[in-house]
Write a protein that binds this ligand. Structure first.
Ligand SMILES: [Zn+2]
Length: 320
């Protein structure tokens, strides 16, 4: 990170995106699919610095952090670990915990370890788990909207990213009632209440479905939206007004641009602005624990005091 003076400058600069006279919501998120590399802390640190800066300028602002624990286990590095092959494609929150004394399930274990670092750094956003939002039906309105506009969304994916989904494709993943996998199902034919789905053996190369076919309501936690559409649903649900993101998500045709366009065309809202941050690099390579480059966030925070890990420039937490 750059010097304290410059850091204050970029955070202050971002104020120009925010209209006065309303509540602002800064959002960040993490998929708890394994140990978090140090680069994983950069997003929360930047979002927190922005949150504090906006607040110090007198804005009414919330900092929302979602734990994307309904995502499927799709990590190649995890597939090779003992006992993990049978869990590939299941929601992260449906996989056993490596250590039940730390977390109740795989997602809770990794989220708990990562979130614990936040407290040590003085970062205390509102945490929301996607499993809770889905199961409580908090995103049902957004799921219905997305499914009714699936054809428009299919065209956006084709136009922006040249990704061709099959005709009749729905941007939702059902949890298979037979094998419990969420990453292997293809949903079609939304009738306003239910969708048809097939748990396909060869749908993805990181997990094998069981072949089950059925019909089920996509609401109340039976399904999750796919990545781009879930992003839009979160923006809409929390009324997000600012979200920064890594550069790989922000490139032309990238994930952010797809979500932005879907948000405009389907949700009829302007997507939140966001800063682009550079990745932590190590010897010119992007840091990632899966590539064996760099230290994990847990290791770094254990070694350095908070003011060093944060760059020593963010405004101090207010007392009381
Ligand atoms: Zn299945």
């Amino acid at each position: 990170m750059s010097s304290g003076h410059e850091a204050a400058f970029w955070a202050d600069e971002e104020m120009r995106h925010l209209a006065p006279g309303r509540t602002h919501v800064v959002r960040d998120s993490k998929t708890p699919s394994g140990p978090v590399p140090i680069s994983g802390l950069r997003g929360p640190i930047i979002s927190d610095a922005l949150f504090r800066t906006f607040k110090s300028h007198g804005l009414d602002v919330r900092f929302v952090y979602t734990i994307d624990d309904y995502d499927p286990m799709d990590s190649q590095s995890m597939k090779e670990r003992a006992g993990m092959a049978e869990h590939m494609g299941k929601p992260l929150c449906a996989i056993p915990s490596p250590d039940p004394s730390v977390g109740t399930d795989f997602a809770d274990y990794h989220a708990t370890r990562f979130v614990a670092l936040f407290a040590g750094l003085g970062i205390t956003p509102e945490f929301h788990r996607m499993r809770d939002l889905y199961r409580a039906g908090e995103l049902d309105k957004q799921i219905d909207l997305v499914l009714r506009n699936a054809e428009t969304i299919r065209e956006v994916h084709k136009r922006i990213a040249n990704v061709d989904h099959p005709k009749g494709w729905l941007p939702v993943a059902v949890i298979c009632e037979n094998c419990g996998r969420i990453g292997t199902t293809l949903a079609t034919d939304y009738d306003g209440k239910t969708v048809a789905y097939e748990c396909k053996r060869d749908y993805v190369d990181w997990a094998e479905g069981c072949g089950h076919k059925g019909r089920i309501s996509p609401f109340k936690g039976n399904a999750k939206l796919l990545w781009n559409e879930q992003w839009c649903a979160d923006w809409d649900h929390f009324d997000v007004t600012y979200e920064e993101g890594g550069k790989d998500l922000l490139t032309a045709g990238g994930s952010r641009e797809r979500s932005n366009e879907i948000y405009r065309e389907v949700f009829k809202k302007e997507p939140p602005p966001g800063l682009q941050h550079e990745f932590f690099t190590f010897g010119g390579k992007k840091m990632s624990t899966s590539q064996g480059v760099g230290a994990s966030a847990v290791e770094i925070v254990g070694i350095y005091p908070p003011e060093i890990t944060r760059g020593g420039h963010a405004p101090a937490p207010s007392c009381g």
